[in-house]
Write a protein that binds this ligand. Structure first.
Ligand SMILES: O=C(O)CCC(=O)C(=O)O
Ligand SMILES: [Fe+2]
Length: 355
């Protein structure tokens, strides 16, 4: 079984499960939102997930008060996904913004921007930008972690990014610059809300488990594309090689909010550990269904040209929609956070917000 070391790391409290000591959060308690973004025009997209901002250029935050970046990181972690409409930000500036957000969120120093194992060496925008392109996908290139082509369920593509890495993603951002007249929406779902919908008995049971996340299908993909797999260091010294498997706690604490979330996903999670294969299949099936079949734990974002979405991969899932023919393309940056851990003393979102 692939395994990450240190289920109870030395030196930190025994209420912590998981979390490799070499990649711990610098966030020792949840961060407090000062409200500095409230002056910008914004609206919540649903009660549980999503906020959108209009009439503000997020690139301007780079040269402004650090408080804006801090509150941006907190807002993304609280709301799951934040959409900024009609943005001027360039791919290089997206990298800078991603670095500032991940630092504000307390990522360990060893974590940087991720290099996807399928990114071609010498790709036009650099290793840390993934070009999302429907045209490229049609030709068999680009990111292929969406599985819709092998399923009749549009919901087959629900995932959170790169959870096969021992040090997985905290935040990711996507700017869509080319889009069809309609279609190509992206959906996000809240892992905080899904945790809150489990019974206390099921919550406690799952808190004792880890799961295996596996992306060995990328090995076949790399071979098919004729691109060598990126098996060097992929944004953290703990993410390297061609194993493409990791073990993570099934319930995870988001250090920025301090809230618990379900952390298994249809895209990469293959096995709950410590139970039989039958039990694992049954429980994973239930957990995937409770995400995909609760549209009141989801938000569906309709893109306009140059919109930028930034989300927290620790506590949310997302799913693309392949319902269009015309070209759709954008740029994506994905940062790495801490090695996932569960703090048994952390709270659920509803508990913390007294909902
Ligand atoms: O194309 C999309 O809507 C989402 C793609 C995706 O999964 C990602 O950018 O991580
Ligand atoms: Fe993704």
């Amino acid at each position: 079984m692939p395994s990450q070391e240190a289920i109870v790391p030395a030196g930190i409290t025994a209420t912590i499960r998981g979390g490799n000591t070499e990649a711990q959060t610098r966030c020792l308690k949840p961060l407090v939102n000062s409200g500095s973004l409230d002056k910008f025009n914004h609206a919540d997209l649903t009660p549980v997930i999503g906020r959108e901002f209009t009439g503000v250029q997020v690139v301007d935050f780079l040269g402004a008060d650090q408080q804006l970046i801090d509150d941006l990181a907190i807002t993304i972690s609280e709301r799951g996904v934040v959409v900024f409409r009609a943005q001027d930000i360039t791919p290089q500036q997206m990298k800078e913004l991603a670095e500032r957000i991940t630092q504000a969120g307390g990522a360990p120093e060893s974590s940087g921007l991720h290099i996807h194992p399928l990114t071609e060496a010498g790709s036009e925008l650099g290793d840390q930008i993934s070009v999302i392109s429907s045209e490229k996908q049609k030709k068999g290139g680009g990111l292929t972690h969406q599985l819709s082509d092998v399923s009749r369920f549009a919901s087959a593509g629900w995932h959170s990014d790169i959870t096969f890495e021992p040090v997985s993603s905290d935040y990711a951002m996507l700017k869509i610059h080319t889009l069809p007249a309609s279609g190509g929406d992206t959906l996000w779902a809240s892992g905080y809300e899904i945790y809150d919908r489990l019974s206390p008995a099921m919550q406690t049971f799952l808190e004792g488990l880890t799961a295996t996340h596996d992306a060995r299908f990328f090995l076949d993909e790399a071979e098919r594309l004729g691109n060598p797999l990126r098996d060097g260091i992929r944004g953290s010294p703990l993410n390297f090689g061609s194993k493409l498997q990791a073990e993570h706690p099934v319930i995870r604490t988001n250090p920025v909010t301090g809230w618990k979330s379900v952390f298994v996903n249809k895209g990469f999670t293959t096995r709950l550990n410590g139970v039989t294969k039958d039990e694992s299949d049954l429980l994973l099936g239930y957990l995937f269904n409770i995400v995909t079949q609760n549209h009141d734990a989801q938000v569906r974002v309709k893109w306009n040209k140059n919109d930028l979405a930034i989300w927290d991969n620790r506590s949310n899932w997302h799913c693309a929609t392949y319902d269009y023919e015309a070209a759709r393309a954008g740029d994506r940056v994905c940062s790495l956070g801490e090695a996932p851990y569960l703090d048994l003393n952390s709270k659920s979102r509803r508990e913390a917000l007294s909902l």
